[in-house]
Structures are given as structure tokens and as C-alpha cells.
Design a protein around this ligand. Sequence first.
Ligand code: EPZ
Length: 425
Amino acid sequence: MQKILIEGGVPLNGEVQISGAKNAVLPILCATLLADEPVEISNVPHLHDVVTTAKLLAGLGAEITIDQGTIGKGSESGIVVDPRSVHSHVAPYELVKTMRASVLVLGPLLAKYGAAEVSLPGGCAIGSRPVDQHIKGMQALGAEISVDHGFIKARADRLKGGRVVFDMVSVGATENVLMAAALAEGTSVLENAAMEPEIVDLAECLKVMGAQIEGAGSNRITVHGVARLHGGKHSVVADRIETGTFLVAAAMTGGRVTVRGARPDTLDAVLDKLRQAGAELDIDGDRITLDMRGRKPRAVNITTAPHPAFPTDMQAQFMAMNCIADGVGVINETIFENRFMHVQELQRLGADIRVEGHTAIVRGVPQLSGAPVMATDLRASASLILAGLVADGETTIDRIYHLDRGYENIEEKLSGLGARIKRIG
Ligand code: EPZ
């Protein structure tokens, strides 16, 4: 079992390249199933979840060609998916249980082949993660859906355009229904849709393939179904969560870091909170420079909410920052029911955190002290790395397979900024 070992105390300085967004490339890979021709996707991050999705598509019969670019240096790698040889519409439990996003093949398979069987994804560390909104959306487009023996079984001769009003904002349900509606007969309207930048990127890719979509990025998306979608090329949007993670690392260590290849317009709420924490930010095109001028950050209050509000995927990272900030920061997690798994691990490093329901009260301490800790989910593992960067002495982080799902070569990128970090075992 590999671990990450960090010797804390080094202010980060330098430049780091941001990779393509995990939460954009996963639905985009699933969307390739809708096409009648090969689809070429570039700026693909080298992540375990990308490999899992490629295996899922190959298991359905698609031809996958991966062009291994220069890993970690802009990761110009690409994937070509040729869906013309797809012969199955069953997404097996063995794959779905390792990655919930596998449920995103439901919409494309249903729209393209009229049938789909997708294992229920089940919960994960941060919550029960139901898919009722995905099912509601498919039914609104005319699908017959049954759920039994752990499988979602869906069928439809041809999906018909319809109106879907989501009960709550759901990124995955919006993506699934958007993909299904692209090939449905007639017009569909998605109300209370998620507005995340990854939705916009998915819509851009679908439009390249010939889909007719208006309003992606707003809470109402209109889709005029077409008879077929052709191939095309799309470059994945920069990962706003990776961007925010590196900027928080710079803020915590009191350094000066420039992230390259970023999309500043996709993380306004995060940048605002970093300014509140006392960071000086300079934005120049796809580059964001954060300079703390050696100061400690001020504690900030966070309430997570759907985009454009503060993203839940940055909650754990800001909690790590609040652990060593001046003052008290209050963090409200409103999206997931159990996304404080990093608290007890941060407490092992000496953090002063009190949890009351979905609220964590974090009182900054002068210094964290290094210790062995355990990653529990993707963003929690990132927060432990950030804490290790400032903790006195050595921190080892176990179960880092969580980390590899969503961060491309994070220890190489942090080493490039001066961190004393390495992977062992
Ligand atoms: C996506 O998950 C992201 N994953 C998550 O990132 C992210 O935290 C989340 O959106 C919120 O922004 C991917 O894009 C692959 P939701 P998703 O549907 O789509 C409830 C990371 O760390 N809900 O927006 O699963 C749900 O339980 C991961 O990169 C229902 O009740 O999230 C949650 O409380 C973690 N029924 C809330 O809605 C449904 O049918 C938001 O979930 C669907 C969701």
C-alpha cells in the first residue's frame, strides 16, 4: 500500500501547470457513446478515474486509443473513442462500485441504443449519493425504468423531448439528462439544472458533435433533439478544483505560486475567499499568481452550495487552511451529509475543530505537528497533504489511492514548487 510522506515547513514558490478537469472529462467520455463517429478528446488528465471510465467504455465495445502525452507537463495526452463497435449496454457492478460516475453512461446508452442496464452506484464515504433525479429525468423523456437486483434497467424505443424539474441541483443528473435529451425526438427543457463549469464544457463538446443546446451554465437548459451526432474534437476545460487546491497550498505555506493553464472565471467564489484570507491575487489570462508575502492566512467562513457559490469540493482544503489561520473559521457543508471525514485526521495533526451537525468550527493554532494519517475520500486526502505541508516534522498519509483518483501527479507538482514530499511503498 503506497503512502505519501511530507516534511512540513517549506513556503511554496514557483509555477505549476493545471490539468484538465476530472469532473468534465468523465461525463465527456460517456458522451462519446452518443456519436456515430470517433470523438477525439485532448487535455485529458492522467487519473485513475479516467482509466476506469475508458475500461467501462471498452467493456461496452467501444474502441479506445490513448495517446500518452508528457505526463504532468500540461498532460497534452488525448483519448480517441470510436463508439461504432459498441455491442453491450450493461455497465457492470465491478466497475460502477469503484466509480460512481459510471452512472453517466445511462443517458447516452438509453438515447443511442434504446436500452441500458447500469449497476446502482451505491454510496461512498461522503454520502448515500442516490440517483433518483437521474431516473426522474429519464422517465420525463419517456424511458421505462425499473430498479431491481442492484441494477437500473432502462428502455425506450425512442426518447421523446420533455420537461424535467430537478428536485435539487444535481451535477450528475443534469449531465445524464442533457446527454439523453441530445438524441431525443423533440425539445427538452431542464429546470433547476446545475450550472457548474463542467456542465458547460460537456455542452460544448456535445455541440461540437452536432447537438443543439441553449442555456448550459444557467439553471434552465433547452435541448433540441437531433437524429444523430457526428464525431469531433474537444479539449477539456481546466480543473478548477486542482487550481483551488494549489492556490490554498500557497496561501497556507506563505509562499508565491503561479498556476498556468487555469480558467479563473470558473472559481470566483474560491478566489474571493482567498482574498478574504489575505492573499494577493494577480490574474493574467490563464495564469493566477497568489502571493502571501510570508503572512499567515486569516480564517474565513465557508458555506458550500451549487455553482457559482462556494464549491463543496474545496471545503476540505479550506478547512486545512483554517486550521493554521489567524482567528476562527466556521464551515457549513450543505451538499453532502458526511463530508467531514477529514476532521478527525486533521485533529490528529493538532487541529482545533469542533463539529456540530453540518457545521465545523475551526480555531487556528500556531502550528500543526506531523503524524501518520489516513485518507478517506478524494478531497479529504488533498486537505491532509495541505496540512502536512505546514505541519512541524513528518506526516505520512495512507490509502492514497483516493488521491490518485482525482489529482494528476500531485507529489511531482508540489515537489516542483519546493515541497518536501514523496511517495513511498
Ligand atoms: C458531482 O457529483 C462531482 N462528481 C462531485 O465531485 C461534486 O462534489 C458534486 O458533483 C457536487 O458538486 C463528478 O462530477 C464526477 P450531485 P454528483 O448529483 O453529480 C444529491 C469530487 O470530489 N442527489 O450534484 O454525484 C446528492 O446526494 C466529487 O470530485 C440526490 O439526492 O453530485 C448530493 O447531496 C465528489 N439525488 C447532492 O444531490 C440524485 O439523483 C448533489 O449531488 C442526485 C444527487
